[in-house]
Design a protein around this ligand. Structure first.
Ligand code: PLP
Length: 366
């Protein structure tokens, strides 16, 4: 199967061949394969998954949905759309389901590239999906983060020109874990959407105290919000997410989907429906994540590894002052981390797993 890891590996091979990316990033990909071949149990701290999920309610609902999986259950998707609409105080027409928010990001990329132009995005952020926009003809304009690794909203705003078709804001940002101040983001959206479309990715917002910007879409056709069940709800492997936008925008976007709302399964929808009822699981996840994140940051800083304060289930840190081979240490301890995101400062990211996993991670580095 051509998944993101394989794609990354193939791309990395090509890019490493050209001498463009650091070898650490490459070494990590081959190491994962080695570990998988040996069938060693891995500590997966790479993809910002929720180590506690799916919730018990979701597991039971998914199991119970198996017999209904012989049918295209549109009614069930309609029920989920209705529940999500209630949660955000919107109507069903404001929503579009996708197989993970990745499908939504991809759709937005296609939607905004109907006319040629440019796409404004931070560097560094979650940008795998922009390949679609670039292939469809949009030119990517990357705006550096501020020194404290936040979106530089004013620089992004100043970069808008007559050809700008889309601006992407990942809030909180992956991989840096930083968040935009509410008021500044609101002003940015109000002003930027007068000139172009803005996509706000709220994949990790539930780990923060900030409310969703969902309510803004009733009045604003140029704002699209992407949300996912992969993170706080622990359903990454189930592949379910959604877009929130003005009904006209949703209608136009849905025309680019093979079957509107049709790429989700009976099992994933059942899991998502049950997850929305499991507030206790969400609260526990937040609590456990906060504890393990605090521990991880304290321990990394004891090792002179500088960390960026995180609002998410991952931490961004600089390996500049770490004098061992970080990726070798992970490899020796069967831990999957990720790559170097920024060569200057040697910035990398680690997902917050369980406390036991984070203790093993720290032990591996000492
Ligand atoms: N957006 C962000 C910021 C992410 O980090 C991810 C996955 O890691 C996604 C979107 C895509 O998630 P999914 O397709 O599982 O919903």
């Amino acid at each position: 199967m051509r998944n993101r890891r394989n794609w990354l590996k193939q791309t990395s091979l090509g890019i490493v061949g050209l001498g463009i990316i650091p070898l650490e990033g490459f070494a990590i990909s081959t190491k994962e394969d080695l570990l998988e071949e040996k069938n060693v149990s891995l500590i997966r701290l790479r993809s910002n998954e929720n180590p506690y999920g799916p919730s018990v309610l979701a597991r039971n609902a998914m199991r119970d949905s198996i017999p209904a999986s012989n049918r295209y259950n549109w009614d069930l998707s309609d029920e989920l759309i209705k529940k999500i609409a209630q949660k955000h105080n919107l109507t069903e027409q404001h929503l579009l389901l996708g197989a993970g928010s990745s499908e939504i990001l991809n759709l937005v990329a296609l939607y905004c590239s109907k006319k040629t132009g440019n796409l404004i995005i931070a560097e560094t952020t979650f940008d795998y999906w922009t390949v679609t926009a670039e292939n469809a003809g949009l030119k990517k304009i990357a705006i550096p983060l501020t020194a404290d690794k936040k979106h530089d909203l004013s620089a992004m705003f100043n970069a808008i020109d007559a050809d700008t078709r889309l601006i992407y804001i990942c809030n909180p940002n992956n991989p840096t874990g930083t968040i935009c101040a509410s008021e500044a983001l609101l002003t940015f959206i109000t002003e930027a959407t007068k000139r172009t479309k803005v996509l706000v990715d709220e994949a990790y917002l539930e780990y923060t105290d900030q409310p969703s910007l969902a309510n803004l879409v009733t009045e604003n056709k140029n704002l699209i919000i992407a949300k996912t069940f992969s993170k706080i709800y622990g359903l990454a492997g189930s592949r379910i997410g959604y877009a929130i936008a003005h009904p006209e925008t949703i209608m136009e976007m849905s025309q680019l989907q093979f079957s509107p709302n049709g790429s989700v399964s009976v099992m994933s929808v059942s899991g998502a429906l049950a997850s929305l009822k499991d507030d206790k699981f969400v609260a526990e996840t937040i609590l456990l994540n906060t504890e393990a994140r605090k521990y991880t940051i304290e321990q990394l800083e004891n090792l002179k590894i500088r960390c960026i304060p995180s609002h998410t289930n991952f931490v961004y840190f600089s390996l500049e002052n770490y004098n061992k081979d970080f990726f070798e240490q992970l490899k020796k301890n069967s831990i999957l981390g990720t790559k170097i995101y920024e060569e200057k400062g040697k910035w990398s990211r680690i997902t917050i797993g369980t406390m036991t996993e984070m203790k093993q991670f720290i032990k591996a580095l000492v």
